[in-house]
Design a protein around this ligand. Structure first.
Ligand code: C2E
Ligand code: MG
Ligand code: MG
Ligand code: MG
Length: 287
């Protein structure tokens, strides 16, 4: 580029900022409409217990079926929903949907629902959870709520009170993405967690990086001494699974065990004209 372009570049920069802002406004506007238009879906990813060698439950994950852009992963819209407060109604919708679905599953299976900090800040989350459990008939001990470390940075007294109220309902509280936020081990003593989920970035590198391996091994040992279930996220290979088993990890979740999938329905398998049966399950709904 020729020199003396500075002004133009500045202009280009401003235009792209403007565009980004516009896109955010569009997403916000479309998110507002999405709930009423039933564009959201909850998909479920299995969680396996390595001790019993069986599925212990599933994590509920939101998907947005945009009328123009198709299926959108939460990474592309959750932050806008959080900044605009829309996560409160959207999160409540996910919670209700997940509890309704889980109430139809075998009673050995639990459901884990992700909660945003805004749902603690801007709503009476314990009240909402109590209501939804009552409404759907799901026993409290089959619901788990996943929170992240970012929740614990501010207003810890108020958050602690709400977490304790949730715990008193009989709901399990899991610390999600452990090790990625402003981790402080003192949180683990102060808050009533029943589960810690090791973030997948540690799992991804553990078989080749000795430091990552040491961290994973240590978190698992810590879980044992605190009597907290440890779940490894993002398990993709048999080598990772083998290593986790050796370290005594209780629970695993990841593509090796299953992709997030649409909820199993009570509908019967469809029989086609030539008598072949089409299974309802098995579609990959995300990656
Ligand atoms: P998360 O709670 O840590 O969920 C796990 C994410 O890892 C999911 O991405 C899942 O599809 C992905 N994953 C699972 N196994 C593997 C694997 O083996 N390899 C890889 N590469 N990825 C794997 P997803 O569904 O795109 O969700 C991303 C994040 O969005 C979630 O992370 C959670 O923080 C947030 N989220 C999803 N649904 C909700 C919701 O209903 N409410 C709120 N507040 N947040 C949600
Ligand atoms: Mg989660
Ligand atoms: Mg996670
Ligand atoms: Mg995450």
């Amino acid at each position: 580029r020729a020199k003396g372009d500075g002004g133009q570049r500045m202009c280009f920069f401003e235009e792209s900022m403007d565009k980004a802002l516009q896109r955010r406004r569009t997403v916000e506007h479309e998110l507002r409409l999405a709930l009423g238009r039933e564009e959201f879906e909850v998909v479920y990813q299995p969680q396996y217990d390595l001790t019993s060698e069986s599925q212990s439950g599933s994590e509920a994950l939101i998907r947005w079926h945009h009328p123009v852009h198709g299926k959108i992963a939460p990474g592309h819209f959750i932050s806008v929903a959080e900044e605009t407060g829309l996560i409160v109604p959207i999160g409540e919708w996910v919670l209700r949907r997940a509890c309704m679905d889980a109430a139809t599953w075998p009673e050995t299976l639990s459901v884990a629902v992700n909660l945003s900090p805004a749902q603690f800040r801007d709503s009476d989350i314990a009240e909402t959870v109590a209501e939804v459990l009552k409404e759907t008939g799901l026993p409290a001990n089959r619901l788990e709520l996943e929170i992240t470390e970012s929740l614990l940075i501010n207003d810890t007294e108020e958050v602690l009170t709400k977490l304790n109220r949730l715990r008193d309902l009989g709901v399990a509280i899991a610390m999600d993405d452990f090790g990625t936020g402003y981790s402080s081990l003192s949180y683990l003593a102060r808050f009533p967690f029943s589960k810690i989920k090791i973030d997948r970035q540690f799992i991804r590198n553990m078989t080749r990086d000795p430091a990552m391996r040491a961290i994973v091994k240590t978190i698992i040992a810590l879980g044992k001494s605190l009597d907290v279930t440890i779940t490894a996220e993002g398990v993709e290979t048999p080598e990772q699974a083998e290593m986790l088993r050796k370290f005594g990890c209780r629970q695993v979740q990841g593509f090796l065990y299953g992709y997030p999938e649409a909820a199993q329905t009570n509908a019967q398998p469809k029989e086609t004209a030539d008598g072949k049966v089409t299974p309802i399950r098995g579609r990959r709904s995300s990656a």
